[in-house]
Ligand binder design. Structure first.
Ligand code: RIB
Ligand code: CA
Length: 310
């Protein structure tokens, strides 16, 4: 089965890795990239999305420049210490590619073209997604799924002691989305369980299309995690997880709950669910456990599909 994907992202190293997976995966067709502030500025995110498409030799996937600021976190800044000075590890992409840039209204056309075949995957702050849903509510009714990388349930966050970065970055937009849309959520609980280990990175470095790019991306990401979280075998794979779970839902187990987001005070960005024994099922399908070995196996398999030395 083919999955038609409209990717909302903030590339960013793991977002770029997710773009490359979407391009390589035989069961995924990337139909558009909506790119916003987050790991990098909005302007840089556009350049970076264009750059990855250019490396892939793709000219027909539209890039839709979207949000430049959060609706609720006005001091949100980029993260060069994690993602590199331009957000792509040691790569400084030239900023003069023509690119296939189109207006925000293209999201509506994509919703109408693909309808029940379309999956939206959100890998960053939900500002642009909230804006699109607020504008095109009727068109959203027909689509297949919205899958979100974000949230941290009953575990430490990565942006604050209790908040995950994507949700913290625009907690109001996240609350809005979780209030009105059914989603599938791949939270930090599972996206931080698989890493780019040295052995995996070595194999990825030999990738015929993206090897050099991946090497340059992951060098900076790895250095950051080595210094700041030396107990980990490598940097976490976060943003590639929603794509893999979309294609193979059995990689994960799920709980179904309503989700609330705290939008102010010390707990800002915290994602809350009721898991008490008497609690009821809710509207979101939350990936709860993951088979990390199988996940990485499927990742590699998809990346190398179609190459003789697979
Ligand atoms: O918390 C992980 C998320 O924050 C990922 O999407 C990463 O790219 C950063 O945006
Ligand atoms: Ca991201």
């Amino acid at each position: 089965m083919k999955h038609y994907v409209l990717l909302f992202c903030d590339p960013g190293i793991d977002d770029a890795m997710a773009m490359m997976l979407a391009i390589m995966h035989p069961q995924i067709e990337l139909v558009g990239i909506v790119t916003s502030y987050g790991n990098v500025t909005k302007e840089q995110s556009i350049i970076n999305a264009d750059y990855i498409l250019k490396v892939a030799g793709i000219t027909d996937v539209p890039v839709i420049p979207a949000a430049f600021r959060s609706f609720s976190e006005f001091d949100e800044e980029a993260y060069p210490e994690i993602h590199g000075s331009a957000g792509l590890g040691s790569i400084i992409p030239p900023n003069h590619f023509p690119g296939n840039r189109v207006g925000f209204d293209t999201i509506r056309s994509i919703l109408l073209t693909y309808k029940q075949n379309l999956t939206i995957i959100e890998l960053g702050r939900m500002t642009a997604l909230a804006k699109a849903f607020n504008l095109f509510e009727n068109e959203f009714r027909y689509i297949k799924n919205v899958i979100v990388m974000g949230g941290a349930f009953f575990m430490p966050g990565n942006r604050t002691p209790i908040a995950e970065a994507n949700i913290y970055g625009d907690s109001v937009s996240a609350k809005f989305i979780f209030n009105y849309l059914n989603t599938i959520i791949t939270p930090l609980n599972i996206t931080s369980q698989a890493m780019f280990t040295p052995a995996l990175m070595q194999r990825l470095a030999s990738h015929p299309k993206f090897g050099k790019t991946i090497q340059a991306l992951l060098s900076v990401y790895t250095a950051y995690y080595k210094e700041n979280q030396p107990h980990l075998p490598g940097p976490p794979i976060h943003d590639i997880v929603p794509l893999l779970v979309m294609v193979q839902p059995s990689l994960s187990t799920y709980v179904y709950r309503d989700v609330d987001v705290i939008t102010n005070g010390k707990a800002k960005g915290m994602t809350m669910i009721d898991l008490r024994t008497m609690s009821e099922e809710g509207r979101h399908k939350i990936a709860w456990t993951v088979n990390a070995d199988r996940l990485l196996h499927e990742y590699e398999r998809a990346m190398f599909t179609g190459y003789a030395d697979e």
